[in-house]
Design a protein around this ligand. Structure first.
Ligand code: TXE
Length: 486
């Protein structure tokens, strides 16, 4: 299938089935992370745009929520089919907008965006009512829509994360307003085109572009918004939580991570090294699940580090549109500066840079946000780079002696999202996993996703779980109806 790429897309909001300009008539530039060129213009929306979108969603609610699960599942399938026909477009737009390699955008972003709609369509079609019989009565548990949902998403996996929220939200009978990151608006626009093409009833899915303060904040605090699902940074998440709490909105927060990869000396190094490289650097380390702290048992430390650094240095960095590129650019100049500052902090705190620096790239990329994958050793386990989220292609490596010490280091952070454990002793792997304070752990793998399982974190990594029936639970109100027999 041929990709369609149109330079400098001038985007519109999508409200009540219409693509419309923002009231401000102002747009922000959208930049290519790889080259620094302007590739699109993003509406700078404000409260009046948000008000209009919320009204559209509220007006659409009575009809949409009156449909059966099967009817709504059919709509999810239609959106999935339409997105699938745009598979190559999704990959190209996402790669252009985020700076990630095209192969990754295809395998991960395009694939999962389609799959999210199919998966939740299937789940909702087969959702069965639960009942609890008593001697003299019966309890029926039913799922009702929550109402109008605000879905706020970040820039690292734009359509992947947006579809992860939209599909279960509308599938359970809610109507929604999407607020994608202002840094990566292109595939959210594509989704609206799909929704428009399939003829989804107007107002069920609305989209407001804009920045956090102008568009995100008035959306979260809007009195007619009943639920907020947010994925993004921890400090923004704290603001969102504060604002949503005032009117007791249903809230799910998926925030940052500082995940440990724990390598025991009995691991299979042939599989562990590539697995840990992937977990450290996928999407330039800009995935909340990335394993950015690598804890290695002392007996295998030197051998692991040698092989690991060698494999990292062999990753191909450069033009995201090349099929064999493994690492692309960072999302923005500001984010690149944040990552550079952390590398400087690591040096100041006594870290040794085992590999890193800047890649040598053709002239067309000189204004992009580039940095080579960086591996830092010799830092104290409590140093800032070892416990704070960097969210870039930077990992720290630490030595541990035994299980207890590995667990202690892994838990030595305010974050608690995920992690991975690498060992051939599965009993030990499971024992250690249960002691780690996170919402998810992988053993001998990473980012091996079954969409039925709960996804989310503890501590500063968030509140609540999405995924499978947890998403269906979050995007609905469960109600019990108890009927007493004569
Ligand atoms: O995300 P923000 P940023 C981490 C990562 C990164 C840091 C900051 O460490 O360096 O967060 O990234 C919208 N009310 N993650 O600043 O601000 C915003 O417009 C409502 C981890 O880019 O959290 C965007 O749509 N909405 C993360 C979304 O929130 C607001 C992925 C996320 O932006 C708002 C990305 C407000 N007051 C970064 N302010 C993950 N969990 O995967 C902003 N927004």
């Amino acid at each position: 299938m041929k990709a369609v790429w149109r330079d400098r897309l001038k985007l519109q909001n999508y409200i009540s089935g219409l693509f419309i300009e923002p009231d401000s008539r102002e747009w922000m530039d959208d930049y290519s992370p790889a080259t620094g060129e302007i590739i699109g213009q993003v509406p700078k929306s404000q409260k009046s745009d948000v008000d209009r979108a919320v009204k559209a969603a509220k007006d659409a609610l009575p009809y949409w929520s009156s449909l059966t699960n099967i009817e709504r599942a059919d709509w999810l399938d239609k959106i999935a089919d339409n997105l699938e026909s745009k598979y190559e477009d999704i990959a190209h737009l996402e790669s252009k907008d985020t700076g990630k390699p095209i192969s990754l955008a295809r395998e991960v972003d395009a694939h999962r965006s389609v799959k999210n709609f199919r998966f939740f369509g299937e789940m909702i079609r087969n959702l069965e009512e639960e009942s609890f019989g008593m001697e003299d009565a019966n309890n029926r548990v039913i799922y009702k829509p929550v109402g109008v949902g605000a879905l706020i998403t970040p820039w690292n996996l734009p359509l992947y994360l947006l579809s992860w929220k939209v599909a279960p939200a509308i599938g359970m009978g809610n109507t929604v307003i999407c607020k994608p990151s202002e840094l990566t608006p292109l595939t959210a626009d594509l989704l609206m085109k799909s929704v428009d093409e399939v003829g989804l009833p107007k107002g069920v899915i609305n989209l407001i572009h804009g920045d956090g303060m102008g568009a995100g904040a008035p959306l979260v605090s809007h009195e007619d918004v009943d639920l907020v699902s947010f994925t993004g940074g921890t400090s923004t998440g704290a603001n969102v939580a504060q604002s949503a709490a005032v009117s007791f909105k249903k809230l799910s927060l998926e925030l940052g991570g500082k995940n440990a990869s724990i390598i025991f000396d009995d691991c299979d190094l042939e599989k562990t090294v590539p697995g840990v490289v992937r977990s450290g650097f996928l999407n330039q380390g800009q995935v909340c699940l990335c394993g950015s702290r690598i804890l290695v048992q002392e007996n295998v430390y030197d051998k692991f580090v040698d092989r690991f650094v060698n494999e990292v240095e062999n990753m191909k960095i450069g033009d995201p549109s090349n099929e064999d590129t493994k690492l692309g650019a960072l999302i923005s100049p500001e984010h690149l500066s944040k990552v550079e500052e952390y590398i400087q902090i690591a040096k100041d705190e006594g870290g040794t840079i085992l590999t890193g620096g800047y890649p040598c790239l053709p002239k067309e990329f000189e204004n992009g946000n580039w940095i080579a994958p960086t591996v830092i050793a010799d830092l104290d386990v409590s140093s800032r780079c070892s416990i704070e989220e960097i969210f870039g292609p930077v990992v720290t490596i630490h030595k541990f002696v035994n299980e207890e010490e590995a667990i202690k280091i892994a838990n030595n952070t305010r974050y608690g999202l995920a992690g991975s454990i690498w060992t051939t002793d599965l009993e030990k792997g499971n024992r250690v996993a249960e002691s780690i304070h996170t919402g998810m752990i992988w053993i001998n793998t990473w980012l091996h996703r079954d969409l039925r399982v709960p996804f989310g974190g503890v501590k500063d990594s968030g509140v609540g779980r999405e995924g499978g029936r947890w998403s269906l639970g979050f995007f609905s109100e469960t109600m019990n109806i108890c009927t007493k027999y004569d």
